[in-house]
Design a protein around this ligand. Structure first.
Ligand code: GDP
Length: 361
């Protein structure tokens, strides 16, 4: 995918966070400082658990802030919200720009919200650090969903690292759960490792695809099929319907080449037309079937615990790594050691041992 090509997203309507990191940070700080006096972490958490989405937005803004004071407050709010979490179904939705994510999310989302279930839609957008944020740049196609009183839509936080964006999204999920959102969609575009990151924070992972001309399996990112709990071939309408059916057969064949998932689930392939709203109910039935099975066989909570464990280790690794590389002594010695390696005066292993010894004194 072209790095600079703007792409559309389901999450493009709400103004949320601007693309520019500096302006962004300044705006967040201004917003929070102005209101911080009136909103203690207790008041925020109490309002959130009562379903107040203004408080929810404020708390997510705290989570997204880089100001240490805001982060401390965010942690307090999160701690108070934690007892009210874990009651949602988290669904990851990914696919290349143009595949129809916003249209699909609108169709599926309206189905859910019209049944008076509360739905939150969040995004993981690592492209905001790579392309300076294209996910929010477009005008929305989700007018209807955005105006549904049961729906909360929040664009992704801009971030400088995928790890940072992932933390913000995970913490936003917790806040949405505490606010009573039964269903949480996490949308991402297939940039960098974003699918892997989203996969590790959702219960069900859905890959949107388009039918090509018989070469469906080419160009598919390696590994992504293994992540998917369902592959949905969108735009199965008009002249494209036959191709979509063909693609379904090919994907099904490909899926059988993979071993079943550890929980025994065999991913399914479905056809939809998001514009005509066909096949959407089948997707929903499938998700419900998965969740029922997962809860009955208790791999639902097991998977969430594995995800917690993953994120604990990931966060520790990230922090250790950044502490190491930001250490002034290391920064200086790293260059010297690289020169020494180049001149055959040391080995990479001995150099690593020496560099690590600088921080473990
Ligand atoms: P996104 O970039 O993945 O969010 O894709 P969009 O939802 O913005 O859709 C991209 C284009 O595909 C738009 O012009 C949509 O109207 C169109 N589109 C989306 N879903 C369908 C579909 O099921 N059938 C057809 N024919 N067009 C669709």
């Amino acid at each position: 995918m072209s790095k600079n090509k703007p792409h559309k997203s389901a999450l493009s309507k709400h103004e949320g966070v601007s693309q520019n990191e500096t302006t962004n940070r300044a705006a967040i700080s201004k917003f929070l400082n102005k209101r911080n006096k009136d909103f203690s972490s207790d008041a925020l958490a109490n309002a959130i658990v009562k379903g107040d989405t203004i408080a929810l937005s404020r708390a997510i803004t705290l989570v997204e802030s880089t100001n240490p004071k805001h982060l401390q407050k965010a942690n307090e709010v999160l701690a108070k919200c934690l007892p009210y979490t874990n009651n949602s179904i988290r669904i990851g939705i990914t696919g290349v720009p143009g595949v129809g994510k916003s249209t699909f999310i609108e169709a599926l989302g309206n189905n859910i919200a019209n049944n008076s279930s509360k739905l939150a839609v969040l995004a993981v957008d690592p492209s905001s650090s790579i392309t300076k944020g294209s996910i929010l740049g477009d005008k929305t196609r989700m007018e209807q969903l955005a105006n549904n009183p049961n729906v909360y839509i929040r664009p992704s936080a801009a971030g400088t690292s995928l790890g940072g964006v992932a933390r913000k999204t995970r913490e936003s999920i917790i806040l949405c759960e505490a606010c009573g959102f039964k269903y949480i969609f996490v949308e991402t575009v297939g940039v960098g490792q974003s699918e892997t990151v989203v996969h590790s924070m959702v219960d069900f992972f859905l890959l949107l695809k388009l039918a090509g001309a018989g070469d469906e399996l080419q160009g598919i990112k390696r590994g992504i099929i293994e992540l998917a709990d369902a592959i949905v071939i969108n735009k199965a309408d008009g002249n494209n319907f036959k191709n979509a059916q063909k693609a379904k057969v090919e994907f099904n064949r490909a899926l059988h080449l993979y071993p079943p998932k550890p929980n025994g689930w065999v991913p399914k392939v479905l056809l939809t037309s998001a514009t005509e709203s066909t096949g959407i109910d089948k997707v929903w039935e499938l998700i419900e079937m998965y969740v029922d099975q997962a809860k009955k066989e208790s791999f639902f909570s097991k998977k969430r615990m594995e995800q917690h464990t993953f994120w604990l280790h990931q966060t520790i690794e990230d922090r250790l790594k950044s502490n190491f590389y930001n250490n002034e002594q290391v920064k200086k010695a790293l260059h010297e050691q690289l020169t020494a390696i180049e001149n055959n005066q040391t080995t990479p292993f001995a150099a690593a041992q020496y560099l690590l010894s600088l921080v473990s004194k």
